[in-house]
Design a protein around this ligand. Structure first.
Ligand SMILES: NC(=O)c1ccc[n+]([C@@H]2O[C@H](COP(=O)([O-])OP(=O)(O)OC[C@H]3O[C@@H](n4cnc5c(N)ncnc54)[C@H](O)[C@@H]3O)[C@@H](O)[C@H]2O)c1
Length: 436
């Protein structure tokens, strides 16, 4: 029997779902707990990861001092590349392999937390770089055992990387993003302090917030877990197990909070209530997608970010190279995707639009895709997102290459509620070129 509005278990499909997350501490000021918590985890020699910008903020000194006050040795790595690459992961792994710390602390956004996960992985279980990378791009080899303890402290209200077993990077030779997914990568603990977001530029709140919004929407509309073939052994149940009653809870609340607070949090750095609620939404959506999985907007984003030519975002991001911030690369695909996927489950698409604040009066199942896409476009415009793929420098001539970049992201595409063939992806990229 299905439960909580999920359909009955399909023939040969999985009848159960698993919930995993890092241990979480959430609240203003909790960053100061880091030293005591690191010591309680048995750390003595800590590698502290950050990026150059975050390392200049007061949060960084707070963490360093807390670790020192707990009597720990601290070695600092602040060369994390924003939107990391295989090259920048390897540099970080080299640092960790030489240092041989017995614990890791990361302070930063998804770029920092993901780099720290990779450094911990390759220093603890050395292997060729592509060994652990998701197939078909890499070998998809299972991580052979636990990693060293990792305390992750997010400074963006974004990725949820502090609670997921995923790390994402740009594979330069392929001009596409891909990742490593293993429960072993999930940080041991997350210290989530909304005060860290007081220094975030509005542009970063917007892009990372739309990543969160899409985590919630994609997990809420993902193929339900009862429609995924049962794993050969229960221990092989994937992290991307599909929408389930637990992920649904987090998604609904994250969408509601996004509808209420995203615009406020972007436009007013002093709006402490909005910024705190956005951090909470990021946490909820992170746990949700870490157990349900995202689908097409993220799969397509890996091509959008990887093939960037000359787009440079304003404010808050490094200005010495072209890049499409992750959340922006995701959201430019989202209205086109949800217009297409709505027929798979119109009720859920309509509900999601309602949580985001759309006016549902008079709307029926046949309007679901249009209503949700319309609300997404409203939110994008309100927080200054570019007008679709055209707004980040792509034209119709790029659609074939974007399709080729996205199609290998099968781990994500198979989690979508409708089939994502090459022709479908081509059509979606075309629809995503311009929205207004
Ligand atoms: N592992 C996962 O589960 C997962 C999920 C989604 C995205 N990601 C990855 O995470 C990365 C994006 O991470 P992100 O959106 O958190 O941003 P980010 O880490 O790339 O940081 C964006 C910018 O904000 C700055 N910044 C960060 N915190 C700040 C603060 N408190 N005050 C001022 N400036 C600050 C950074 O220095 C940087 O310039 C991408 O590589 C993406 O692919 C990972």
């Amino acid at each position: 029997m299905g439960c909580c509005h999920h359909p009955a278990v399909g023939e040969g499909c999985d009848g159960a779902f698993t919930v995993d997350t890092s241990r979480i501490t959430f609240g203003r000021g909790c960053l100061a707990e880091v030293g005591d918590r690191a010591r309680a985890l048995g750390m003595t020699r800590v590698a502290l990861f950050s990026d150059a910008r975050v390392a200049r903020l007061p949060h960084f000194e707070k963490v360093r001092q807390s670790l020192l006050a707990a009597g720990l040795d601290v070695a600092v790595y602040t060369d994390v590349h924003v939107e990391p690459t295989d090259q920048s992961f390897l540099d970080a792994a080299r640092f960790a392999s030489e240092l041989r710390p017995d614990g890791y602390v990361s302070l930063g956004g998804g770029s920092v937390i993901d780099t720290c996960k990779a450094a911990n992985l390759y220093a603890t279980h050395p292997a060729d770089f592509l060994a652990y990378v998701n197939a078909p791009v890499g070998e998809g080899r299972p991580v052979p055992g636990p990693l060293k303890p990792h305390l992750a402290c997010p400074t963006t209200s974004g990725t949820g990387s502090e609670v997921t077993g995923i790390t994402i990077f740009d594979l330069l030779s392929l001009s596409a993003k891909t990742g490593i997914a293993s429960p072993a990568l999930r940080p041991t603990e997350a210290l989530i302090d909304p005060d860290c977001t007081t220094t975030l530029p509005g542009e970063v709140v917007a892009a990372s917030g739309l990543d969160v919004l899409s985590h919630a929407l994609e997990s809420y509309t993902a193929r339900p877990y009862v429609r995924r073939p049962a794993p050969a052994r229960p221990s092989l149940r994937p992290m991307s197990q599909g929408a389930n009653p637990w992920s649904d809870l987090g998604c609904r609340e994250a969408l509601r909070l996004m509808g209420l607070y995203l615009e406020r949090g972007v436009k007013d750095a002093g709006d402490a209530e909005a910024r705190e609620q956005l951090m909470w939404a990021a946490t909820l959506a992170g746990i949700a997608f870490g157990n349900a999985g995202v689908h097409a907007p993220h799969g397509m984003a890996y091509a959008v970010a990887g093939r960037v030519r000359d787009f440079r975002p304003s404010g808050g991001y490094p200005d010495d190279e072209a890049l499409v911030p992750h959340g922006m690369a995701v959201i430019v695909n989202a209205p086109a995707v949800f217009r297409y996927t709505a027929t798979a489950n119109p009720e859920r698409h309509l509900e999601a639009a309602g949580y985001l604040g759309a006016d549902l009066r008079g709307a029926g199942p046949g309007d679901a895709g249009e209503v949700l896409a319309g609300r997404l476009v409203e939110v994008m415009r309100a927080v200054g997102m570019p007008n679709g793929l055209g707004g980040v420098g792509y034209t119709d001539a790029d659609v074939a290459a974007l399709t080729e970049g996205a199609f290998p992201q099968q781990r994500l595409l198979q989690n979508a509620p409708r089939e994502m063939t090459r022709p479908v992806l081509t059509d979606l990229f075309r629809q995503a070129l311009r929205y207004w």
